[in-house]
Design a protein. Structure first.
Length: 275
């Protein structure tokens, strides 16, 4: 039995489908089973990583688990997993742990990795770069006027499709390589300006990026994230504007298929952008 935490998230729901297609028995952990849209063959159980008392039942007979990184809240899961006899943990981490300056996000993910490594169970880390799915935050602006506003429009990052992250995580669960860390990027380093243009071209509408001052963007970010996280994201953009992200071949090496392009990702999310 494989347990998937974060099973309704961008990576988790794609991972569930990868595992079902591979013929695996899958259990999905979710806070609200009544609203979970997953295949009928999935065993859906209630639970919350921040409430350790909900986890022993979810981990019964689980030999492998995909762990979503809830910062500061993994110890209860890891204790329950070890007591349940779980053998291997695949942790969703971040490429930020490899940065010369970790920043707040890198430090949080590194703490998650260390907790898993210290658990005594075997592990694999999946370290994606920025998610293409983050750009769904632009959907409202695309739908209403086609002008996406932000800072560092020229920042060229190599975002990765959540389906490719899930495919690598599935490989790590199906063919465990203890101690392995997979660093993932998409196939292209694209600036925010280029990504907005691709969205417009794919949807057949006019869309463009409009530069905003950093401090204005920071104030907007603070509405839904702590100040250290906002500063990290803006610093990451500033660094990518000075030097584009590198592109890695890991996804194709692991899965056998090329990493999905940004245009392919947009086409998959046309409805989300109002197309």
């Amino acid at each position: 039995m494989i347990l998937v935490t974060g099973a309704t998230g961008n990576v988790g729901h794609n991972l569930v489908r990868e595992l079902i297609n591979a013929g695996e028995k899958v259990r999905a952990l979710t806070r609200d089973p009544a609203t979970t849209a997953l295949p009928d063959s999935v065993e859906i159980v209630p639970g919350d990583l921040t409430r350790p008392e909900t986890l022993p039942a979810a981990l019964k007979d689980v030999d492998r688990a995909f762990l979503f990184p809830v910062f500061g809240a993994l110890d209860g899961f890891l204790t329950a997993a070890k007591e349940a006899g779980t053998r291997h943990i695949v942790l969703l981490s971040s490429a930020a742990v490899t940065f010369p300056q970790l920043g707040w996000i890198g430090e949080q993910h590194l703490a998650c990795e260390q907790a898993v490594a210290d658990s005594g169970m075997s592990w694999t880390f999946v370290r994606p770069s920025v998610f293409m799915a983050n750009d769904l935050g632009w959907a409202h602006q695309v739908k209403h006027g086609g002008i996406v506003r932000g800072a560092y429009g020229g920042a060229a990052m190599a975002p990765v499709d959540e389906r490719d992250i899930a495919a690598v995580a599935a490989h790590a669960l199906l063919s465990p390589r203890p101690g392995k860390a997979y660093e993932l990027t998409g196939p292209q380093a694209l600036s925010q300006i280029e990504r907005v243009r691709i969205i417009g071209e794919t949807l057949g509408l006019s869309a463009r990026f409009e530069e905003m001052p950093r401090n204005d963007v920071r104030r907007q970010l603070l509405d839904h994230m702590p100040p250290p996280a906002a500063d990290f994201l803006l610093d990451q953009l500033a660094a990518a504007q000075a030097e584009p992200d590198s592109v890695l071949p890991t996804i194709e090496q692991v899965t056998g298929h090329p990493a999905r392009t940004y245009a392919e990702w947009v086409a998959h999310h046309v409805a989300d952008f109002g197309g």
